[in-house]
Design a protein around this ligand. Sequence first.
Ligand code: ASP
Length: 356
Amino acid sequence: MAAFATVSAPVSADDHGEKHWSIAIHGGAGTMSPDKMTPEKRAEYEVALQTALDAGKAVLANGGSAVDAVKAAIIPMEDNPLFNAGRGAVFTWEGRNELDASIMDGRDRSAGAVTGVTTIKNPILLADKVRTDSPHVFLMGEGAEQFAAERGLETAPPEWFATEHRREALERMKAEQVSALEVDHKFGTVGAVALDMDGNLAAGTSTGGMTGKRWGRIGDSPVIGAGTYADNRSCAVSATGWGEYFIRVGVAHEICTRLRVLFEGVDAMSTEVGEDEAQDWLLHSNLAQGVSDSVMAEVEELGGDGGVILVTPEGDALFSFNTTGMYRGRATSDGVNEVAIFGGEESAEPSSTPDH
Ligand code: ASP
């Protein structure tokens, strides 16, 4: 069984009523090892992750909303060809870049998503327009592009999204008759989750999908409840991995639901034992990490791999993945600020969940 990198940063012990914020980002999970990555490549990823994290942090530190922070963090990763989202997206079997994105606001559970768009420079912005400016949640292909044109979203020609290394991956996949996983080794989807100073949560995810996808295949990333979910009552989640499995498990919604039910249990407990004791138990029991790990274990049992990022209303920012690495980062108003690539690199204390 693959190791879970389970680290949680309990950042929210907010006994003084101070307003706090928290953000986590990812740029995909997969098979990665430090000796297979040059120091230059590693530095390039770290800079890209820090740039995204800084953009999200700036919004939150200035009192901006979690939704705006999520968009701010995702845009630089969509624009960066290192990641499989926006520019640098993987190719479909037919040699196109078809983009998916979704976003959700935990305050009112409003959500927007798009799939199969080919000309929208930043699909996460279109997903958010669907959320705020249409009566729908999920738009596809041409219709989504028509909606984007009516709302004045920035477009880009196909060359903007196409990169040589992604084209080579498709060609290798066809020539060697191997699967997407064998050519990509890692998922490069990007995502962000945030808690703002008003206590609202949000999550967003953006991707090109998986190399060689065909027949209009849609992965988990634009599916609300699979790749993205946010609910102020529980948490905000963004996923990356083998989308078919994440859809089958309903990963993002499953994590939020389990956590909500547990939080409700803690509320009930506080009438028995008092609020302080219940809150103390909550802070120290690492519920969010345990729930994320157990849902990721379900993905693995079915044969899938990947990871999630998550923030809680208390400001915990954490990761759970069953691959050897995940491009990731997190920052909080309490001074946490880190980016990491391989398993076990975070500075925080390991959670109570043992590595397998
Ligand atoms: N989850 C994405 C998909 O299946 C792929 C990824 O995470 O990179 O489309």
